[in-house]
Write a protein that binds this ligand. Structure first.
Ligand code: GLN
Length: 447
């Protein structure tokens, strides 16, 4: 059914870079047999899922939606994909994204923009826009995305699906092609909160192949699917409702807070300062890490290589000039600049200090609250083409999501209504580190 849906809507939506129909059908057939014989059990047995194209999949093209990796077929699968497959899920393909996960609209892809299935004149958000669109268009039951500064939560919000960015270290990054290594986390995009908890249960866990992955005593996220928020303390940061927030988004988000209050939560406003510093801090750190991570794409070991060149340096130069798109080049230049001698202290080190202050502000908030509630993005999904010309404007739209990554926190995005233009509005619930249970519980109770 999912493959049929892909056939009918994919030419318009463009959610996928690769769909491997034959392999998917073979895997589904095998899953059916194993379910019948009792070898395969559990909630994900035989469920068709899609994977963002920055996670390595053995024998399946993995492009990061970039020309430079347009012919890259990995010899191994990322840990998160392996775990999903172990749980019986069937990978049907790889989803479109902003090139190397840099962007908020899925328009910087080498494979063309993805369209928002709720209104195809609008973007699906990004960078995991293909994953969000695939789930929204019934082209997959669930998908994996990655979130460095909002890339799971924001497209989930724009497409009216559920997306969760776990606490840093919860899901192994082994096989995830790195953007900003200290910020990147893999997480689920799903149709509802129940599916979200089930997928997270399958992919979370300590992995010795990722030195930043962290083990926990207990992993049952589905235990938090209880309709009970009595006594839960929810903080609303006043700073998240100021200038720049669309009035319709504001109204819908505050209405969601009321619903939780009526169900017994204690809702209170508070000041979360430093919000204004989150964007420059994030774009300094993310670009610095990206410029270093992307050094490996040099035409020697992976992917595209310029056809004609004069010596090694010229080969690097031509390969990288041809292989990367404008947004990626912008980040590499910015990152190299803030890391260069003479500027390192003034920009990069300073950003790390502000990051520590942002973390401290959240620590203080979580001493008082179980969950922080706010919008996912200042507006609903913008029109296609309206963000590309003005990157700074696009960066500013990440205002509510990026500090969650800077502080390593978990955050979930779920639908909380529609604007008058018919597009979905996203509600964001943020938890303290390792407290996915609180945000899943609040999200489930609201939903
Ligand atoms: N929009 C942000 C960026 O371009 C976030 C992207 C992400 O989370 N991968 O960096």
């Amino acid at each position: 059914a999912v493959l049929k849906q892909i056939e009918s809507s994919e030419s318009e939506i463009n959610a996928y870079v690769t769909v491997d129909k034959e392999a998917a059908l073979a895997k589904a057939k095998k899953a059916d047999e194993d379910i019948k014989s009792g070898k395969l059990t559990g909630p994900l047995a035989g469920v068709p899922v899609a994977i963002k194209d920055n996670m390595c999949t053995k024998d399946m093209l993995t492009t990061c939606s970039s020309k430079i990796l347009s012919n890259f077929v990995p010899t191994f699968s990322s840990e998160a994909v392996l775990k999903l497959e172990e749980a019986g899920a069937v990978v049907i393909g790889k989803t479109n994204m902003d090139e190397f996960a840099m962007g908020s609209t899925t328009e910087t892809s080498f494979y063309g923009a993805t369209k928002n299935p709720r209104n195809t004149e609008h973007v699906p958000g990004g960078s995991s826009g293909g994953s969000a669109a695939a789930v929204a268009a019934n082209e997959a039951f669930a998908a994996l995305g990655s979130d460095t500064g909002g890339s799971i939560r924001q497209p989930a919000g724009y497409c009216g699906v559920v997306g969760l960015k776990p606490t840093y270290g919860t899901v192994s990054r082994y096989g995830l092609i790195a953007y900003g290594s200290s910020l990147d986390q893999i997480g689920p995009l799903t149709k509802d909160v129940t599916d979200c908890a089930l997928i997270l249960d399958a992919i979370a866990g300590k992995d010795n192949k990722d030195s930043t992955s962290i083990g926990r005593e207990k992993y049952n996220f589905a235990d938090s699917l209880v309709d009970d928020v009595k006594g839960m303390k929810i903080g609303i940061p006043r700073d998240y409702f100021g200038e720049g927030l669309d009035p319709e988004v504001k109204e819908a988000v505050l209405k969601a807070a009321k619903v939780l209050e009526e169900k017994g939560a204690i809702v209170e406003e508070f000041d979360l300062s430093l919000v204004d510093y989150a964007i420059p801090t994030y774009y300094t750190i993310a670009a610095a890490e990206a410029s270093s991570n992307l050094e490996r794409f040099d035409g020697v070991k992976y992917g595209h290589r310029a056809a004609e060149y004069d010596g090694l340096h010229n080969m690097y130069k031509k390969t990288r000039s041809e292989g990367f798109g404008p947004e990626v080049k912008r980040r590499i230049m910015l990152g190299s600049f803030v890391l260069s001698s003479g500027y390192y202290d003034a920009y990069y080190l300073k950003a790390l200090r502000v990051k520590a202050l942002i973390k401290k502000a959240f620590d203080e908030a979580f001493a008082k609250y179980d969950v922080i509630l706010g919008p996912v993005a200042p507006t609903t999904a913008p029109k296609l083409g309206s963000s590309l010309a003005d990157p700074i404007k696009m960066y500013l739209s990440d205002i509510y999501t990026i500090s969650v990554n800077l502080a390593s926190l978990p955050g979930i995005s779920l639908p909380c209504g529609k604007a008058s233009n018919g597009l979905p509005i996203g509600l964001q619930l943020i938890g303290d580190c390792f407290r996915e249970d609180n945000i899943i519980r609040a999200a489930y109770a609201y939903e």
